[in-house]
Design a protein around this ligand. Structure first.
Ligand code: CP
Ligand code: NVA
Length: 309
């Protein structure tokens, strides 16, 4: 049985299969609707954190494919508190055909997958956000008509979104640079894993970790932002607001990227913090196309994992 827990678990060919399938499903949807390939199937969606995009795009995606999704809110099942993660996985997988989970600890995703008898999809953990990265690359491919050879620059916190973006860049052949304040760099294991993948796939790309946003953004095709304080880190908000302002994506910073560069943000955005309105709503922004594409990319995951396509 196949789960979708990390970009690292998939080869470039497998990732491209998802991307091509997302393109087909998007085209099919836009020209009248999707075939009900998941008729009678149910996705159980466990949320330990808030969500707009992940929750709605999975639920609507299941509906479009003829299936059904069940939203389980943060306080309902008490994952790992009211009962063990293993027991939740064993019980829930007796009712549903797939489990999507958004959790704090990545270990909970791994445990769900270990004890579930149905596919598990990671809808974000403190470690990574693979559904986001898949939809992001789909958006990049749509916009540029290619992926290989582009440079993606991420500016901000070296967080869960960075783990998945760096990994997918390494697998699919994009240069990846990340600029963070000192002490907020991505984990060294993530960087060395990405470098290993780049070597294995012979993509010959460059991964740069720096504290200088201008260096990171220089020559970039895509400039990418995320919040400075992720869900679960709220107690650090004040401390972070002191060190992150030089890492704001604004018009001055965008001027360092290629003239044709686009700006992306996984959203939700804290406007006037990590990104200005002028950039988020400007002509270079593709953030709402990016948000919409969560729907189409995840349909590809659902079709493969739950529908055997
Ligand atoms: N980008 C993203 O995952 O958004 P939500 O937190 O709203 O699901
Ligand atoms: N890094 C953010 C992403 C939200 C989609 C968080 O974890 O809160």
């Amino acid at each position: 049985m196949q789960h979708f827990l990390s970009i690292a678990d998939f080869s470039a060919d497998e990732l491209w299969q998802f991307l091509r399938q997302a393109k087909d499903l998007k085209e099919e949807f836009k020209s009248g609707g999707n075939q009900p390939i998941l008729r009678g199937k149910t996705l159980g969606m466990i949320f330990q954190k808030s969500s707009l995009r992940t929750r709605v795009s999975f639920e609507v995606g299941m509906l479009h494919l003829g299936g059904h999704a069940l939203y389980i809110s943060p306080n309902e099942i008490g994952l790992g508190k009211r009962e063990s993660v293993a027991d939740v996985a064993r019980v829930l997988s007796g009712y549903v055909d797939g489990i999507m989970a958004r959790v704090f600890s990545h270990d909970h995703i791994l445990q769900l997958a270990q004890y579930s008898s149905v596919p598990v999809i990671n809808g974000l953990s403190d470690y990574n956000h693979p559904c986001q990265a898949l939809a992001d690359v789909f958006t990049i491919w749509e916009h540029f008509g290619e992926v290989k050879g582009l440079k993606l620059a991420y500016v901000g916190d070296g967080n869960n979104v960075v783990t998945s973006l760096m990994t997918i860049a390494a697998k699919l052949g994009m240069d990846f640079s990340v600029a963070t304040p000192i002490g907020y760099e991505p984990a060294a294991e993530v960087v060395s894993m990405a470098n290993k993948f780049a070597q294995e796939t012979n993509t010959n790309i460059k991964i740069t970790v720096t504290n200088d946003p201008i260096e990171a953004v220089g020559g970039a095709d895509i400039v990418y932002a995320d919040v400075w304080t992720s869900m679960g880190q709220e107690s650090e908000t004040e401390k972070r607001l002191k060190v992150f302002p030089p890492y704001q994506i604004n018009e001055n910073l965008m001027a360092q990227a290629k003239a044709q560069a686009v700006v992306m943000h996984c959203l939700p955005a804290h406007r006037a913090e990590e990104i200005t309105d002028a950039v988020a709503d400007g002509t270079q922004s593709i953030i709402f196309q990016q948000a919409e594409n969560r729907l189409h990319a995840q349909k590809a995951l659902l079709a493969t994992l739950l529908g055997g396509r």
